[in-house]
Write a protein that binds this ligand. Sequence first.
Ligand SMILES: [Mn+2]
Length: 190
Amino acid sequence: MREAKTERTTKETDVSVQLCLDGGDVSISTGIGFFDHMLNAFAVHGGFGLTIRVKGDLEVDGHHTVEDTGIVLGQALEKALGDKSGIARFGSFFVPMDESLAFGAVDVSGRPFLRFQADFSQERCGEYDACLTEEFFRAFAMNAGITLHLRLEYGANAHHEIEAMFKAAAHALRLAVSEKKGLLSTKGVL
Ligand SMILES: [Mn+2]
């Protein structure tokens, strides 16, 4: 099983993540209902086992909680992938959600990069600020060491728009980490 446990404690947050790329139970608790909903969708659509516990400084706002969850989840992915051999490496996917459409593309490259393009229709979903979506995915991609492109094509409802982006990222990643013989690189190393 390709799995990893990661933890991080700062004065702002206390985050623990348990990730299994080959499936398992999903249990998410960050203190932000909408963010839990997104991470749950990410795990289920990625086919991942995922436990996340976060105690963050929500009396400030959701920023540290969301960003730090991205950091620790990214570290878990990097660790779970090991030497990155035996995976498809690339994955891309479109996800429609009612009126919204999102696209995601992943290269498990060892080269951290985020390209994020989205113009959300509303600023907030419950206690979650829509702008934190980019913060989450940047922290995730940087710490996982993956190249991640996410684009919201169009939409009218921020809940659908953000959820479509999390699901597009999950499906693209599911394809990229799917097992395949050998190491797909002209360099011979990732
Ligand atoms: Mn929903």
